[in-house]
Design a protein around this ligand. Structure first.
Ligand code: KIV
Length: 272
């Protein structure tokens, strides 16, 4: 078992920048609730992303689109109460920054004030530049997200690898450079070819965090429920499962049911 308790007391955007500069990889996982966030933080995770993937894994929706700002604030405040060391980044939900930078800032301020978050993440490039600028001007750190951006799933039509063609790859590089120039502190690169991740990561001074983007990113992120095997049928090539918790929990619950039915739980020592 490996627990990464480092000497750093708090992970900040400056700490992440220094990690990139010295070639130290950044580890990020999603978190949506207090109990799991306590475990992730105790293990030494660098960043906890309160992802809008909560819409899928916590609420059972097919896409990330239905989750609301109130839901995100609820999840984020639960995570924040658990965390002593990690940087907590919160996704701005669909509909809260596309096309209206004032709404983007108002939504961000709610996340920062009501949840106590440390930073926000937005999906997209040049088209959301105004929203990014406005949020940054209020002093809130912004993480970008390029490549497969799940809030645009109905535009893409599928969850397959993005930017395989030259034109899309060129636009992604331009967007990445723009996000750095605007002042983003890091960029998630989702499901793009490893060679493109390598190229973008070499061009940027801010860290890239890959998910399905190969080994050349400055850090990696996975959805916690996927890497722990709590979700069952989602098995993309990029996902490494560290546990098969669905079966483990199912087995434990089965044992509990058997014990209750057999009158074996509670026993004499488990009662008052
Ligand atoms: O919402 C999420 O979990 C994400 C990660 C996949 C990066 O955005």
């Amino acid at each position: 078992m490996s627990v990464h308790k480092k000497e750093i007391k708090r992970i900040t955007t400056h700490v992440l920048q220094a990690m990139k500069a010295r070639g130290e990889k950044i580890a990020m996982l999603t978190g949506y609730d207090y109990s799991m966030a306590r475990i992730l933080d105790a293990a030494g995770i660098d960043i906890i992303l309160v992802g809008d993937s909560a819409s899928n894994v916590m609420a059972g929706h097919e896409t990330t689109l239905p989750i609301t700002l109130d839901h995100m604030i609820y999840h984020a405040s639960s995570v924040i109460r658990a965390v002593k060391r990690a940087l907590v980044v919160v996704d701005l939900p669909f509909g809260h920054y596309q096309g209206n930078s004032k709404v983007a800032l108002e939504s961000t301020i709610r996340i920062m004030k009501e949840a106590g978050a440390h930073a926000v993440k937005l999906e997209g490039g040049a088209e959301i530049g105004e929203s990014i600028k406005r949020i940054l001007s209020a002093g809130v750190p912004v993480m970008g997200h390029l490549g497969l951006t799940p809030q645009s799933i109905y535009k893409f039509g599928t969850y397959t690898v993005r930017a395989k063609e030259e034109e899309e790859a060129k636009k992604l590089i331009e967007d990445a450079l723009l996000l750095e120039e605007l002042g983003c502190f890091a960029i998630v690169l989702e499901k793009i070819p490893a060679t493109l991740t390598a190229e973008v990561s070499a061009k940027l001074t801010i860290p890239t965090i890959g998910i399905g983007g190969g080994k050349h990113a400055d850090g990696q992120v996975l959805v916690t429920h996927d890497m722990l095997g709590i979700t069952k049928d989602f098995k993309p090539r990029f996902l490494r499962r560290y546990l098969e918790l669905f079966e483990t929990i199912q087995g434990a619950v089965g044992d509990y049911i058997d014990d209750v039915k057999a009158g074996d739980f509670p026993n004499d020592d488990e009662q008052y």
